[in-house]
Design a protein around this ligand. Sequence first.
Ligand code: HEC
Length: 184
Amino acid sequence: MIRYALSAMALFSTLVLAEPLTQLQAVEKGKKVSSELLQTLGNHLQERIQTKGIVSGVNFCSQNGLVLTQKVAEENNVTLKRVSVHNRNPQNLASEEETKILVRWNHLKEAKKPLPEYEVISQADGGYLYYQPIVIKNPLCLQCHGKNVKPAVAKAINALYPEDNAKRYKIGDLRGMVVVGIPK
Ligand code: HEC
């Protein structure tokens, strides 16, 4: 009897685990992973700037931006990136599909309409793609992404990213987006 109950429970939990991921669950996961990523990057960067200054912050981003993104992705079993149409790191250039979304969001901004908190698209394989805008809210961002970047900072950035296209932003601008690929 006990054995029967146990195997029934095992069967039940297998069935529950095999349930397809709902859109609501995907959104929850996307939100969680995005805020974890932005907080991780933000906290580490702020600490580096406070202890070693802004130029050292440039090196911090360059050495750790993608590494920390990959770490958060692995911890959460998702794919993860930050992309932009006016990017700094060539590896963060938005794809054609992603560009369409960013252009659409920029049109909303120009029309002074609010941006969606996120967008989510279901994939043919049962997974989801979750997109979340990154808007410049903190004046700190402008020290490396604004129009009046200090010469020493600009020099450090240009040495690492000769094709840099990310020194043009002001508060309230759409900087790019987080893209989370959530498997089914
Ligand atoms: C100390 C300089 C510095 C500061 C401050 C800074 N960034 Fe960056 N940012 C960089 C560098 C360098 C890269 C490229 C390296 C990488 O891949 O992360 C980058 C990349 C990015 C990217 C990825 C897209 C791309 O262009 O490569 C986003 C999005 C971004 N920054 C947003 C922000 C936001 C939002 C803030 C403020 C909270 C901020 N940054 C503050 C230096 C900085």
